[in-house]
Design a protein around this ligand. Sequence first.
Ligand code: IPE
Ligand code: MG
Length: 235
Amino acid sequence: MVEPKAKERIPAHVAFVMDGNGRWATERGLPRTSGHREGIANVSRIAEALRAHGTRYMTIFMFSTENWKRPKDEVDAIFDLLVEWLSVTAPQLRSRGIAFRHLGRRAPLPTSLLKALDDICGQPAREDDLVLSLAINYGGRAEITDAVIKAISAASEPSAIDEDSIDLALYTAGMPDPDLLVRPGGEIRLSNYLLWQAAYAELYFSPVLWPDFDEEELARSLDAYTDRHRRFGGL
Ligand code: IPE
Ligand code: MG
């Protein structure tokens, strides 16, 4: 018998890696910055589509702790585009049921970007909102390291630390773990993304470059998730 696609088969939390922006631009003879602009704009499209599917949490990897190795011009351009999107587009999304959260280390992000993040993240989520977490200056190992330090300083003794206390010290505290992790752009790796939280996530890799990752490709990734039989190590 074919299992029906019940409501509970819609993932509560979908995490994305934003990848392929540069190649998308290069393929069109455009500067890489155009790809970043297009890629950042696509976050709005996918967040709204995901909210319509009934998903409650979306997380997107927008800038990693490793991305600082890129030329300064490109890094500055990405930050400028993020500030613009957070100031102009994010408030529109906020009024359409999307709340924001930042995951990552604040230093050494520029003050203008931190202010734009604080402005939009300071507006608390309502019950029906989709919570969109922006991983910016994020690294999974850095997050776990920060969490362990926090958990140790909060614990009465080291042996009191358990998985729950580390979970509560992560940037994602209080959020369910991602059920589905989607990586467009053709690379088949995690790149230090949500290392702790993705322990049981279903993984979906797509060759489509992120700026072209549309509602149809999203539906394909959700279908792949729905069709898999999740056992969590059991039978
Ligand atoms: C993702 O696209 C954006 C960031 C990492 C900031 P890329 O810039 O990695 O695009 P490609 O992989 O070079 O095509
Ligand atoms: Mg890339």
